[in-house]
Design a protein around this ligand. Sequence first.
Ligand code: SF4
Length: 219
Amino acid sequence: MKNLKNALLLKQLYQLKQLGYKYTSVSAYQETEPDLTLPNNLHALEKQAKECHLCTLSKGRQKVVFGEGNPNAKLMFVGDTPSSSDDSTGNIFTGRSGEMLSKMLENVLKLSRSDVYITNILKCKSLAHQPLAPSHAHTCHPYLLKEISLVKPDIIITLGDTAYHYLTGDTTDMSQVRGIVQEKEDYTIIPTYHPSYLLRNPSAKKVVLEDLLKIKALI
Ligand code: SF4
């Protein structure tokens, strides 16, 4: 798969950059390289991600945290990186943020977590007290793209600035884009705040409720 090959090439470039190279003549992958296509079913994709060492986050993780939920979900939620409790349990959106997300689903959308699909930009916990690194996001991106192509959601709800930025490439502040319905080729994107932001800023619950009601009207 071209995306995975590009991710491997990017990883190689980042490593060379860390060694001090400014320019490189890294050769492109040849047709003789082993087959790097990602599997065409979620179970096999999860297995491959759980054995992944493509970026340095593999060294610090306890567990790979792959997406969970309905493999045919119409709604997909995309967060940024596994939390510490996700990292230790191997399950996505555990802890207080996970409880908040479950409440958003149950109280407003009248759905359970098993009705939707929930995933993250990164499958391994990001470095403590550091923002998600572009090199890690780009290296992990093929897994997310493959999840999207297999689940085929109608609507993707990005949770927080980081998830929105790395899925769309748009760096507009969440306060400007939240709740705006964006039609893409294969799905609709609706950005909103991350549940952890709501825990820190309870006043934002009002606008997130507006976003959820907009989503409810679309499903
Ligand atoms: S974050 Fe993604 S690319 Fe990096 S090791 Fe984990 S699964 Fe692999």
